[in-house]
Design a binder for this molecule. Structure first.
Ligand code: ADP
Length: 464
C-alpha cells in the first residue's frame, strides 16, 4: 500500500514538473515569437515608408503640411495677442487639438501602407496611431505649445529617440518618429501600427510546439496510468497468491492432522483390541486421504492447464439423466442435509460433454451452495434448452455475493470472504475450475446474486 502511494505521489509530482517545464518553455517561445514579430514588422514597416517615399515621391503628409502651414501663421498671431493667461491657455489647447486632428485625419497613408504590406505578404489587418509629442510655433520667438513627458526624457540621447514615447498595446509596434517643419511651426510625431492579427500569427508559429508539448504530456500521463494500473494488478495478484498459500496450508494440514492422530490411535492397545474401532479409524484415514488426494489433484490440474490445452474426453449424454445421477450421488455423499429440488424441461436433450469434468463442475457448484449457507441449505436445480443451447442453473438460499465480488469470483484464487477466510474453507479455485470447464465445452457461466438472499449460477453449453 505504501509503495503504491509513493508511486502515485511520485507519478503525479513528475507530471506536475513536466507540465510546468512545458508551460515555461511555451511561454518562452511565445515571448520570443512576440519579439520576433515586433522586430520583423517594425523593420518592414520602416521599409514601407522608404518605399512609399521613393516610389510615389510623397510621404503621405502633403495635405497635412499644406493645412498646417496655413494655420500656424494665424495661430502664432492669435496666441501672441491673447489678453489674459486664461485666454492664452485656451488658445494653446485649441491650437494643439487642431494640429492633432489635421495630422490624424488628413494624412494619406492607409492605402499606401496597405498596398505595400500585401505586396510583401504581411498581415494586412492593421490600424495606425499617430501621437504628437512636441509642438512649437515659430515667429519672432519660439512658443512651446505642447511637449510630452517622454519627449522631454528622450531628448538628450539620440539613440533613445527610437523608443516609443507612449504606452503601446500588445499587438502594436512602434515604427518611427518624424520631424515635421513649416514656416511657423516645428512638430515631432510618433507612428505606431497595430496589427490585430498578431496573436493569431504567433499562435500559428507556436502551434507545432504547443501540439508536441500537449502530446508529450498526454503520453507521459497515459504511460503513468498504465504503469500504475499494472502495479495495482500485480499487487492484487500477489495478495491473492499469499492468501492462496495460507488457505492451501490450512486445507492440507487439516486432513494430514486427522490422519496423524488416527495413526497414533491405531498404536493404542485398547484400540487394536477393538475391531470396530480399527475399522472406523481406517475408514477415517481412507476418507481424509481421498480428500487430500482430491485437493492435490485439483492444484496439479490447474497448474497443468496453464501450460497445456484441456484434453476433454467427450461423449453424447442425455443431459437430464446425467444431471439426476450427479444430484443423487451428491445427496448420497451426504449433501449436508440440504434439501434439493430439481425441475427440468429438457425432454431427452443431448449434449457432448466430458462426464468426469462436468461432474466436477456440478459438484463444485453444489458444494458451494451448501458451504456458503448459514441456515439449512435449500437448493434448486433447473435445466432448460432452446434450439442451440442448454442452460443449467443452480440456486441456493445462502449468504449471497456482493456486486463487486461477482466480477471476480471466477478468477483464479479469488475468495470473496477474505476477511473471514477460515469461516468458509476453500482455495478460491472451485469457480475458476467451473469457468474453465464450461468454456472448454464451448459454453460459459454467469452468476446473479443478492447478498443475504442467495445466489444463482447458470451454466450454458451447446446442445447436440
Ligand atoms: P472457494 O469456495 O474455495 O473460496 P470458489 O472459487 O469456489 O472458491 O468460490 C470463490 C468465492 O465465491 C468464494 O470464496 C465465495 O466467497 C464465493 N461463492 C462461491 N459460491 C458461492 C455461493 N453459492 N454463495 C455465496 N458465495 C459463493
Amino acid at each position: 500500500m505504501k509503495k503504491r502511494n509513493t508511486v502515485l505521489i511520485l507519478g503525479i509530482a513528475s507530471i506536475a514538473v513536466l507540465v510546468s517545464v512545458q508551460v515555461y518553455i511555451i511561454i518562452g517561445i511565445w515571448k520570443q515569437q512576440n519579439e520576433l514579430f515586433s522586430v520583423r514588422y517594425t523593420n518592414r514597416s520602416r521599409e514601407a515608408f522608404d518605399y512609399i517615399r521613393s516610389s510615389y515621391s510623397t510621404d503621405g503628409f502633403d495635405t497635412v503640411r499644406f493645412l498646417l502651414n496655413d494655420f500656424s501663421a494665424k495661430a502664432y498671431q492669435s496666441i501672441k495677442s491673447a489678453p489674459t493667461p486664461e485666454e492664452f491657455s485656451n488658445t494653446r489647447q485649441y491650437i494643439f487639438n487642431y494640429f492633432r486632428n489635421v495630422v490624424d485625419k488628413e494624412q494619406d497613408l492607409s492605402g499606401l501602407l496597405s498596398s505595400y504590406f500585401s505586396m510583401r505578404g504581411m498581415a494586412s489587418n492593421f490600424r495606425y496611431r499617430i501621437v504628437v509629442n512636441n509642438l512649437e510655433l515659430i515667429g519672432t520667438d519660439t512658443l512651446v505649445i505642447f511637449r510630452s513627458e517622454n519627449f522631454i526624457n528622450r531628448r538628450p540621447g539620440e539613440r533613445r529617440r527610437m523608443q516609443p514615447s507612449s504606452e503601446i498595446s500588445s499587438s502594436e509596434v512602434f515604427i518611427n518618429f518624424f520631424r515635421m517643419e513649416g514656416d511657423h511651426y516645428r512638430m515631432m510625431i510618433d507612428f505606431y501600427i497595430d496589427f490585430s492579427d498578431k496573436q493569431k500569427y504567433i499562435l500559428k508559429e507556436t502551434a507545432a510546439t504547443l501540439g508536441l508539448s500537449t502530446a508529450s504530456i498526454l503520453l507521459v500521463g497515459i504511460m503513468f496510468l498504465v504503469t500504475f494500473r499494472n502495479l495495482r494488478e500485480e499487487k492484487r495478484l500477489s495478495n491473492l497468491k499469499t492468501d492462496f498459500i495460507n488457505n492451501m496450508t490450512h486445507e492440507l494440514k487439516t486432513p494430514l492432522a486427522t490422519i496423524t492422530v488416527a495413526g497414533k490411535t491405531l498404536e493404542l492397545p485398547v484400540v487394536r483390541a477393538n475391531d470396530e474401532k480399527i475399522l472406523e479409524t481406517a475408514k477415517m484415514i481412507g476418507k481424509q486421504s481421498v480428500h487430500l488426494n482430491q485437493l492435490i489433484n485439483m492444484i496439479l490440474e490447474i497448474s497443468m492447464w496453464e501450460r497445456t490445452q484441456f484434453q476433454l474426453d467427450k461423449k453424447k449424454v442425455d443431459i437430464e439423466e446425467f444431471l439426476s445421477d450427479v444430484v443423487s450421488t451428491f445427496k448420497a455423499g451426504g449433501g449436508n442435509g440440504a434439501s434439493i429440488s430439481q425441475k427440468y424441461s429438457l425432454r431427452g436433450t443431448q449434449a457432448d460433454i466430458d462426464v468426469v469434468y462436468f461432474t466436477t463442475l456440478l459438484n463444485n457448484l453444489l458444494s458451494n451452495a451448501v458451504k456458503y449457507s448459514v441456515k439449512e441449505p435449500v437448493i434448486s436445480i433447473e435445466g432448460e434448452a432452446d434450439e442451440g443451447r442448454i442452460a443449467i442453473s443452480i440456486s441456493d438460499n445462502g449468504i449471497g455475493i456482493s456486486k463487486v465480488d461477482q466480477k471476480h469470483i471466477f478468477d483464479k484464487f479469488y475468495r470473496a470472504s477474505t476477511g473471514n477466510i477460515h469461516k468458509f474453507k476453500g482455495l478460491g479455485l472451485g469457480l475458476y475450475y467451473v469457468r474453465k470447464i464450461a468454456e472448454a465445452h464451448g459454453g460459459d457461466v454467469s452468476v446473479s446474486s443478492r447478498p443475504g438472499k442467495g445466489s444463482t449460477f447458470t451454466i450454458t453449453i451447446p446442445r447436440c
